[in-house]
Design a protein around this ligand. Structure first.
Ligand code: F6R
Length: 606
C-alpha cells in the first residue's frame, strides 16, 4: 500500500531517495517523507501530497545525509496530512512502515500508561515508540527491534533509523514485502525490486517474519525465531527503461499501447507456433481436475470471469470465480480435486493472497497468474503462470488485464486438449487464432481517434452504462470499472439481458449507454437491447466489428468498429476501445490519470 526505501550510502542519498520514491509512487501518493542521519542525529522532511511537494520542502531545506529512509503513503490510519506522513519519530527511533498494525490501539494505550505521548493518528508511530521503549530498557538496536516485533500483530514492512547510529538501517517484514539490495560498498532496503532498481540489480527477498540490519558492508538477516539466516541473492532485471513513459503523456496511455507486445510475449510463453500446441507449465493434470476456483480483485477478478467463460466452453471444466475478499471470509465449500487459481498483477494483493493461502491450507493445489514473478504469491503457490507484459505503473490496470486473459485463453485450449474435448487439429486452429491477437489488438488501438471523439462528449455525462452479453459482459464490467476509477464518472457494467430487470430505468437522453457487441452468436440479442435503449431516448455508443456495423439497427449515436476477429480472442481485441474511452474521458476532464484519487496500485492491506 505504501512504498519504502532505505539507503546506507557512501554519498548523499537525498536525490536517490526521491528517485526511488517516484518509482514507488504507484503504491500510494497521499504524502511522502524522508529522514537521514546528519552529524549522528536523525532529521526528517515530510509533506502532504505527492512527491513533488516533498521535493519543494527539500529544495528549501536539503537533507545532507549519506544514510536515509523514505516513504510514500497511502493513508489507512489517520488522514493524509504532514503530521501523519512517515517517517515517524519516537525518541531515538525514526521509521517508515507499509502495512497495518492491528493491535496498535492497545499498544498505544500501554505506552501512554508508561508516559509516552503521540503526535500522529497513525498505527505506525506505536512501532517507533515500542522500539524506543526497548532501547531505553538497555537493549542494543537489533534486539530492541526484535522485542518490539514480537509485540506486533498485523502486517508490516519497516525501515528504521536510530539516532546515534550512522551506519545502520534496520528492517523487518511480515505480510508486506521487503527486499535487500546489495551495492558496491552501499546497501539498500526497498518495498520491491523497482525501488532499488536504479542502484543495484542484486537483490534478496526477505521471507515472512524476517528482520535485518544493513550497514555499508553487509546485511545481517534473522528469521522470526531470531536465528541468523541467509537469503538467496538474485540478479533481477528491473530495467529503468521499462518504467519510463517514453513519448507518452501518461503511463496508462503507454501501457495501452504496450498491449500487442505484452500479449505477444505472454502468448509465446504458453503456445508453440510450430507445433500448434498450447502448454501450461507446472504439471497440472487438467484431465483429473473436477473444478477450478478462481480468486482475484478488481480487474484481475474480471479477467477471471473471462477465464471461466473460456474454460467452461472449451474444456467443459466447471469454474467458479469469486472476489477474493468475499471468498476468504465466507467459509467456502472446498474440495481437494479443485485447482485454485489466483490472478494478480502485483502478486501482493492482501485478499487474493489470503484466499490462496486458505485454499492451500485445505489441501488444494494452488496456481497464480501473476506479473510480479518475485512476489509473495509467486513464491507461495505450487504453480506460477507469469504474464510477460512488463511492469505496469498506471494505477488503472490495462496491459496486465489483456495478458491475464491471454493466459486463460491458452489455458482453456490446453485444458480442452488434455480433457479430450478437442483434437490436435482443433487445438492447432485455436492456437493459430490466439497468435493473431497481438496484431488485431494493435489494429484496435488504432481506433484511438474515433474513441477520443466519443470521449470528449462522454466527459460531460454524470452516469454511463456498459452492456454486453457472453464474454462482452465481463468486458462491460471492466469498461465501467476503468471509467469510474480514472474519470470519477459513475458507471455500471451489466449483462445486457439484465437490462429489463432494473437498469433500463436509468436510461434517458443524458445517459450514454456503451453496448459491446461483436457479430457473434449473441449479436441479435444485443441488437434488440440496443433498440430497447434507443426507443427510450438512450444515447448508444455501439462498439462492434464490421459485420456488426452492417447488421446493427440504425440510430446509434456513435459506432466504433473494431477489427473482425474470431470470438475466441474478441475480449482481447475489444479491450482497447474501452480502455481508451476511459483514458480520454479522464484526460478531457483533467483528471490525474496515472494516480487517481484514493486509489493505490497495490492493495497490500485488506
Ligand atoms: C483496476 C485495478 C484494480 C486491480 C486490483 C487487483 O484498474 O487495477 O482493480 O486489478 O486492485 O490488483 P492485483 O492484480 O495487483 O492483485
Amino acid at each position: 500500500m505504501c512504498g519504502i526505501i532505505g539507503i546506507v550510502g557512501t554519498r548523499s542519498v537525498q536525490e536517490r531517495l526521491i528517485e526511488s520514491l517516484k518509482r514507488l509512487e504507484y503504491r500510494g501518493y497521499d504524502s511522502a517523507g524522508v529522514a537521514g542521519v546528519v552529524d549522528g542525529h536523525v532529521q526528517r522532511r515530510r509533506a502532504a501530497g505527492k512527491i513533488r511537494a516533498l521535493e519543494e520542502v527539500l529544495a528549501a531545506d536539503p537533507l545532507s545525509a549519506t544514510v536515509g529512509i523514505g516513504h510514500t503513503r497511502w493513508a489507512t490510519h489517520g488522514g493524509p496530512s504532514t503530521r501523519n506522513a512517515h517517517p515517524h519519530t519516537a525518541g531515538r527511533v525514526t521509521l517508515v512502515h507499509n502495512g497495518i498494525i492491528e493491535n496498535y490501539a492497545e499498544l498505544r494505550e500501554m505506552l501512554k500508561a508508561k508516559g509516552r505521548t503521540f503526535e500522529s493518528e497513525t498505527d505506525t508511530e506505536v512501532i517507533a515508540a515500542l522500539i524506543d521503549w526497548e532501547l531505553e530498557g538497555g537493549k542494543p538496536p537489533v534486539e530492541a527491534l526484535k522485542a518490539a516485533l514480537d509485540q506486533l500483530s498485523g502486517a508490516y514492512a519497516i525501515g528504521v533509523l536510530v539516532d546515534g547510529e550512522d551506519n545502520l538501517i534496520m528492517g523487518a517484514r511480515k505480510g508486506s514485502p521487503l527486499v535487500v539490495g546489495y551495492g558496491e560498498g552501499e546497501m539498500f532496503l526497498g518495498s520491491d525490486a523497482l525501488a532499488v532498481g536504479p542502484f543495484t540489480s542484486r537483490i534478496a527477498y526477505l521471507e515472512e517474519g524476517d528482520y535485518v540490519a544493513i550497514d555499508h558492508a553487509e546485511a545481517r538477516i534473522f528469521d522470526a525465531r531470531g536465528q541468523a539466516v541467509r537469503r538467496e541473492v538474485r540478479q533481477v532485471a528491473a530495467s529503468a527503461a521499462l518504467v519510463e513513459k517514453g513519448n507518452y503523456r501518461h503511463f496508462m496511455e503507454k501501457e495501452i499501447h504496450d498491449q500487442p507486445e505484452g500479449c505477444q510475449r505472454t502468448i509465446a510463453a504458453y503456445v508453440d507456433p510450430l507445433t500448434g500446441r498450447a502448454a501450461m507449465p507446472g504439471g497440472v493434470d487438467f484431465a483429473a481436475l473436477e473444478r477450478i476456483q478462481i480468486v482475484g480483485c478488481g480487474t484481475a477478478y474480471i479477467a477471471g470471469l473471462l477465464g471461466k467463460y473460456l474454460m467452461e466452453q472449451l474444456a467443459d471444466l466447471p469454474v467458479d470465480v469469486e472476489v477474493a475478499s468475499e471468498f476468504r471470509y465466507r467459509d467456502p465449500a472446498l474440495r481437494p480435486a479443485t485447482l485454485a487459481i489466483g490472478i494478480s498483477q502485483s502478486g501482493e494483493t492482501a485478499d487474493t493472497l489470503a484466499a490462496l493461502r486458505l485454499c492451500k491450507s485445505r489441501g488444494m493445489q494452488t496456481a497464480v497468474v501473476v506479473n510480479a514473478q518475485e512476489s509473495t504469491m509467486a513464491r507461495e503457490v505450487d504453480v506460477v503462470w507469469p504474464i510477460h507484459c512488463g511492469p505496469e505503473i498506471g494505477v488503472a490496470s490495462t496491459k496486465a488485464f489483456t495478458a491475464q486473459v491471454s493466459v486463460f485463453t491458452a489455458l482453456a485450449v490446453a485444458a480442452a486438449r488434455a480433457r479430450g474435448r478437442i483434437e490436435a487439429a482443433e487445438e492447432q486452429r485455436l492456437v493459430k487464432i490466439l497468435l493473431e491477437a497481438p496484431r488485431l489488438i494493435a489494429e484496435s488501438i488504432n481506433l484511438e481517434d474515433a474513441v477520443r471523439a466519443v470521449a470528449i462528449e462522454m466527459s460531460k455525462a454524470r452516469d454511463v452504462l456498459f452492456l454486453g452479453r457472453g464474454p462482452m459482459y465481463p468486458l462491460a464490467l471492466e469498461g465501467a470499472l476503468k471509467l469510474k476509477e480514472i474519470s470519477y464518472i459513475h458507471a455500471e457494467g451489466y449483462a445486457a439481458g439484465e437490462l429489463k430487470h432494473g437498469p433500463i430505468a436509468l436510461v434517458d437522453e443524458l445517459t450514454p449507454i456503451v453496448i459491446l457487441a461483436p457479430f457473434d452468436s449473441y449479436f441479435e440479442k444485443s441488437a434488440s437491447n440496443m433498440s430497447e435503449v434507443m426507443a427510450r431516448g438512450g444515447q448508444v455508443v455501439f462498439i462492434t466489428d464490421p459485420d456488426g456495423e452492417a447488421h446493427a439497427p440504425a440510430g446509434a449515436r456513435v459506432v466504433v468498429t473494431a477489427p473482425r476477429c474470431d470470438p475466441l480472442i474478441a475480449p482481447l481485441v475489444m479491450a482497447a476501445p474501452i480502455q481508451l474511452l476511459a483514458y480520454y474521458v479522464a484526460v478531457q476532464k483533467g483528471a490525474d490519470v496515472d494516480q487517481p484519487r484514493n486509489l493505490a496500485k497495490s492493495v497490500t492491506v485488506e
